[in-house]
Design a protein around this ligand. Structure first.
Ligand code: ZN
Length: 162
């Protein structure tokens, strides 16, 4: 194990010493986190019309959230100080409006990766619901913005939080 990762490894309390069968605790919600197999169509059927989001994967190093939104709907613009975030677009079309006027248009099947420090305002484009699987690193602190530099959407002031 390289020394450059010592700080990260020290943050993991639960280390397995050899191969074992899957340790799966009783999951008290329908879709996880904690499930080994998550069927996306079941989630879509259960959650209904967008907007919605569902935390599916969570451990010391991963926080994976499925997010659905309707055309024109977007997130609250924000940035992260200590991790890069990435998304897998699972349905529809989305636009990432970023610091410095950079715009990314992505569609089903695409992956978008945004480095730490870059503000991201993510809006569904086209005429169908979008779904994206967002992968962040806990505690995934969000630094919220009050406006988007690429469009005229504004938000109430909000303290950093996850
Ligand atoms: Zn983010």
């Amino acid at each position: 194990m390289g020394t450059e990762y010592e700080g990260v490894v020290a943050a993991i309390n639960d280390v397995v010493e050899g191969p074992i069968p899957p340790r799966v605790e009783q999951v008290d919600n329908l879709f996880g986190p904690g499930l080994m197999h998550i069927e996306i169509q079941e989630i879509v059927d259960t959650m209904g019309p967008p907007p919605w989001s569902k935390l599916l994967i969570e451990d010391e190093r991963n926080r994976g959230t499925l997010i659905a939104s309707a055309p024109g709907q977007g997130n609250h613009a924000h940035w992260h100080s200590d991790f890069d975030e990435w998304w897998f677009v699972m349905a529809g079309k989305l636009k990432w409006e970023l610091t410095g006027g950079k715009i990314i248009h992505a569609q089903k099947g695409d992956i978008v990766w945004i480095p730490r420090g870059t503000v991201h305002h993510i809006v569904t484009e086209g005429d169908e619901m979008s779904m994206r699987f967002a992968v962040a690193m806990p505690p995934a602190v969000h630094v919220w913005q009050e406006e988007c530099e690429n469009c005229d959407v504004t938000w109430e002031k909000r303290s950093p939080s996850d």
